[in-house]
Design a protein around this ligand. Structure first.
Ligand SMILES: C[S@@+](CC[C@H](N)C(=O)[O-])C[C@H]1O[C@@H](n2cnc3c(N)ncnc32)[C@H](O)[C@@H]1O
Length: 259
C-alpha cells in the first residue's frame, strides 16, 4: 500500500510537531552519536526515508556525503528547503517498496531513522539490494518501531483503548489519515537479523524511547518537568542496554556487510 500521500501531508508541520520537541531531539542525538561511530568525513552514505533532512544535514556538516532519499516528494522539498546549497547532500526519490534496478557498491553505509523500514513486511529483498550497494565491511543502521513498546501498551491500556494498546502485536497495523491508509509492520530484532543474515552480521542494538514515551504522548510528559527529568534519567541508564531494546518505542540496530 502506498504510504507516500500520508507523509506528503505531514511534511509541512513535521519539524514543528516532531523534530523540535525535546524528547525527539534527545533521541536523535543518541542516533547521531551512533552514526558518528561509523561515518566520517569523506564517506558516502545512503539514507532511506530522510524526511525533512535533519540527519543528512548533521552528517554533511561533519564532512560526510549523503544521498538522502524519501518516497514523499513533499518531504524531499522540505529537506531541500532546510539544507539549501550544502554541496555534500544530494536528494533522490526512492520508494523502499519499489527499489530501483541499480548496483553500485559505492556507499560506505546506509541508515534510516525513526521508522521508514516499518513500511515493509519482508526485509530480505532490501538486504539483498543493499548487499549490491554497500562496500564490503560497510554499515547498515536502522531505527525501527518495535513490536513490544511497553509505553504504548501501558498508556493505551490504562486509557481502556485495548485496540491501540495491542496494535503492534498484530501482524500489520493500519493507520487511517484523512483519505489515506498506511500499513505498518513491526519486525522483531530477531526477524530483521534473520532477513539481513545472508549478507550482513548484526553488530549493535539499543533502545530509543524505553522510559521516554512514543510521540503521541510527548506533550503530556514535556509539560511535567519533574516527571520528564525522572524518565530522562531512567532512559539514559537503561535504554542503551541491548536486552531491553525490544521494549522501547524504537530500537536502533546496526549490521555490517560481510567483507
Ligand atoms: C517518521 S518519518 C522519519 C523521517 C526522518 N527519517 C526523521 O528522522 O525524522 C518516516 C519517513 O519515511 C518516509 N517513507 C514512508 N514510506 C516510505 C517508503 N515506502 N519508502 C521510502 N520512504 C518512505 C516518509 O515519507 C517519512 O519521511
Amino acid at each position: 500500500m502506498d504510504s507516500t500521500p500520508a507523509f506528503d501531508r505531514l511534511a509541512a508541520s513535521y519539524d514543528a510537531d516532531f523534530t523540535a520537541s525535546p524528547i525527539a531531539r534527545y533521541l536523535r542525538a543518541q542516533v547521531h552519536a551512533r552514526l558518528e561511530q561509523h561515518f566520517c568525513a569523506g564517506d558516502h552514505v545512503l539514507e532511506f526515508g530522510c524526511g525533512t533532512g535533519e540527519d543528512a544535514l548533521y552528517l554533511a556538516q561533519r564532512g560526510v556525503r549523503v544521498t538522502a532519499t524519501d518516497a514523499s516528494l513533499a518531504m524531499l522539498e522540505a529537506a531541500k528547503a532546510k539544507i539549501g546549497n550544502q554541496p555534500l547532500v544530494t536528494f533522490a526519490q526512492l520508494d523502499l517498496q519499489n527499489l530501483p534496478n541499480s548496483s553500485s557498491d559505492k556507499y560506505n553505509g546506509v541508515f534510516s531513522n525513526f521508522g521508514p523500514l516499518n513500511v515493509l513486511h519482508d526485509w530480505r529483498p532490501l538486504a539483498a539490494w543493499l548487499a549490491q550497494q554497500i562496500k564490503p565491511g560497510g554499515i547498515a543502521a536502522f531505527g525501527v518501531m518495535s513490536p513490544f513498546c511497553l509505553w504504548e501498551m501501558a498508556w493505551h491500556g490504562l486509557h481502556s483503548d485495548l485496540h491501540t494498546a495491542t496494535r503492534r502485536l498484530r501482524k500489520k497495523a493500519t493507520f487511517q489519515t484523512d483519505k489515506t491508509t498506511i500499513d505498518i509492520y513491526y519486525p522483531t530484532i530477531r526477524r530483521l537479523t534473520r532477513d539481513f543474515a545472508p549478507h550482513f552480521r548484526r553488530i549493535h542494538v539499543r533502545g530509543l524511547g524505553l522510559f521516554l514515551p512514543p510521540s503521541d504522548v510527548y506533550g503530556v510528559i514535556e509539560k511535567r518537568p519533574r516527571l520528564f527529568y525522572t524518565l530522562m534519567t531512567l532512559e539514559k541508564r537503561f535504554a542503551p542496554l541491548s536486552p531491553l531494546a525490544l521494549f522501547a518505542d524504537h530500537y536502533w540496530v546496526e549490521f555490517q556487510r560481510a567483507a
